[in-house]
Design a protein around this ligand. Structure first.
Ligand SMILES: NC(=O)c1ccc[n+]([C@@H]2O[C@H](COP(=O)([O-])OP(=O)(O)OC[C@H]3O[C@@H](n4cnc5c(N)ncnc54)[C@H](OP(=O)(O)O)[C@@H]3O)[C@@H](O)[C@H]2O)c1
Length: 286
């Protein structure tokens, strides 16, 4: 199969390329090769390469920065996604759009279902929801919502915490936002399983949940540092620009319906990530 990945130099894009290139022809296009905010260019590239599948992982993902540059957030995450959906439609490619738990408002106390109505609280969340609506309008593609991503490529919360831990730094981390940290490698494996399933909305996240504070403590602990260096703080005292859902656990009914195994618990995945990250560190020092 010919598969095109947008945002291919991001955390998820890189891992998707790694696992798909052995068995498929993969066109991994970063922003320099394919800027999804340029409609004509996007269509031209799709017509040239004629992929059967498009995995749209490109996004403006800096949640607080999206509040400062709202125009860019909507251009990339919303309208740009619409261009990808239209271009994919022209060549009848199946489209997979990666969306976010931040489309929800966080007012529920039980996991969000795939068909729950989004009600985003931030510019990032609104722009990702616009992307979802444009995919549904132009392509009938698949929407894959995930949460709290971390992987071996690029910047993320786990790497930041590991960096602090290595320097014996104390950190204050919010204790009143609950979600499910998700290892990019597990997400990518499940996206691969979804490629031949029926289109729709799927939630894909590691199982179990924690607060960012509990997540940070687990990172320190698992990596062999003192977890008491992680101190709890309330969202209102943290002063982030973007508001985030207090609760954004995703339910996995759609995966279960397709008989796809739900992902392993987040703490097992974190253990695996840290082991791999440290063995990579050792290899690069030798
Ligand atoms: N990270 C999370 O916690 C999280 C949570 C839920 C859902 N998601 C979603 O999961 C997907 C993958 O996230 P990720 O963590 O892999 O993101 P990432 O590491 O930030 O990668 C996104 C990539 O998209 C590229 N990009 C930005 N603007 C572009 C444009 N106009 N045209 C083409 N490419 C562009 C970025 O390039 P530059 O870096 O050069 O700008 C970057 O390489 C995204 O759709 C994101 O919204 C992420």
């Amino acid at each position: 199969m010919n598969i095109l990945i947008t945002g291919a130099h991001g955390q998820l894009g890189k891992q998707l390329e790694r696992i798909l290139k052995g068995s498929h022809t993969v066109y991994s296009l970063g922003k320099n090769e394919l800027d999804i905010t340029i409609k004509e260019n996007t269509e031209k590239i799709f017509l040239q390469l004629k992929p059967q599948i498009v995995i749209h992982a490109a996004a403006f993902t800096a949640v607080d920065q999206c509040e400062i540059d709202r125009k860019k957030a909507f251009e990339v995450n919303g309208i740009g996604t619409g261009y990808v959906a239209q271009a994919a439609n022209k060549i009848q490619a199946k489209m997979f759009y990666i969306s976010s738990d931040y489309v929800f408002d966080g007012k529920k106390q039980v996991p969000y279902k795939e068909n729950d109505e989004p009600n985003p609280q931030s510019t990032y969340g609104m722009s990702k929801w616009l992307g979802e609506k444009l995919v549904q309008k132009f392509n009938n593609g698949t929407i894959i919502r995930t949460s709290w991503l971390y992987g071996h490529d690029g910047k993320n919360f786990v790497k930041t915490m590991l960096n602090n831990a290595k320097k014996n730094r104390a950190v204050k981390v919010v204790n009143d936002q609950i979600g499910s940290p998700t290892y990019v490698n597990d997400l990518a494996d499940t996206i691969r399983l979804l490629l031949d399933k029926k289109s729709g909305i799927y939630h894909v996240s590691n199982t179990g949940s924690c607060s960012w504070f509990e997540f940070a403590r687990a990172i320190y602990q698992e990596a062999g540092y003192n977890p008491d260096l992680v101190l709890p703080i309330k969202t209102e005292d943290y002063n982030a620009l973007a508001s985030r859902p207090k609760y954004s656990i995703l339910g996995h009914e759609a995966l279960e319906k397709e008989k796809i195994m739900t992902l392993r618990p987040w703490n097992e995945a974190l253990k695996d990530f840290i082991r791999k990250e440290f063995s990579h560190d050792r290899r690069s020092k030798n």
